[in-house]
Design a protein around this ligand. Structure first.
Ligand code: C5P
Length: 242
């Protein structure tokens, strides 16, 4: 494919101008960072796996009527997505206490939460993505009230569906992070699921052994990071050759 203009480079992905107006190419890198860039490394082959895993999950979600930015996978490391205006929020859904919620409230990791919990963080690297309340989001204009309601509803539906999907392959969906974007068609705007869904932004534990099959293996120096991502792809039935 012809050389394309780069629009943005993030920690794990690069966005290029797409072949048609209103499209963007999302390129998956092997780079991994943790602690807002405090730790970084390369996990060879991670980009290929996340491209495939995210494609698979976005397609399954589209099938149940969740609108997403995903159009099609182009090659091993790239996918074509709709151009959207990213809403500057990280929407985290949690089913089991782990990571920051366990630390913040002194809950033992692995404790099932009384119900699924949704949290919002303001996407801002310089500030370290601070947690934000619904009131902060509305008052500072990061999203309108109806957008927040829509994102919350979609996040809960995504959670219900993905919990079932992963449960069926022996994996517990502990928590995950979503991002949403505004997609414009003429004067019509709709909110769509954007970014990626992969072991980089989900916590996935084996139901039998509680083995971590996600980015915590990198964050906590547990080793076998690529093998864990491969295992998720294998169980999803999409292990790419390579
Ligand atoms: O660190 P914390 O426990 O708040 O993370 C909750 C979930 O959100 C985890 O699945 C983590 O992978 C994801 N996350 C993310 N990007 C961030 C922060 C958290 O994908 N910047």
């Amino acid at each position: 494919m012809a050389r394309r203009r780069q629009l943005y480079e993030g920690k794990a992905k690069i966005l290029f101008e797409g072949p048609e107006p209103g499209t963007v190419v999302q390129y998956f890198k092997d780079d991994a960072t943790a602690g807002n860039g405090a730790k970084s490394g390369i996990i060879t082959g991670k980009g290929v796996l996340n491209n495939r895993i995210s494609e698979h999950l976005m397609l399954r979600l589209q099938e149940i009527g969740i609108p997403t930015h995903f159009i099609r996978r182009i090659n091993m490391r790239e996918q074509l997505v709709k151009e959207v205006e990213i809403i500057p929020l990280e929407v985290v859904v949690r089913n089991i206490a782990a990571g920051s919620i366990a630390k913040r409230f002194g809950i033992e990791e692995g404790t099932r939460l009384p119900r699924s919990i949704i949290e919002f963080y303001f996407k801002n690297d310089a500030l370290g993505d601070p947690m934000a309340s619904e009131d902060h989001i509305i008052a500072f204009g990061w999203a309108a009230p109806h957008e927040l309601e829509e994102m919350t509803g979609m996040a809960m539906r995504v959670n219900d569906f993905l919990c079932g999907l992963f449960n069926g392959i022996g994996i517990q969906l502990v928590d995950f992070k979503l991002e949403f974007g505004r997609h414009w068609e003429g004067d019509d705007m709709s909110i769509v699921l954007a970014d990626e869904i992969s072991p980089d932004n989900c916590r996935l534990w084996d139901i039998q052994t509680s083995e971590k099959l996600d980015k915590d293996r990198f964050r906590r120096d547990l080793g076998s990071v690529k093998e864990a991502y491969q295992e998720v792809a294998r169980r999803l039935g999409i292990l790419p050759e390579a």
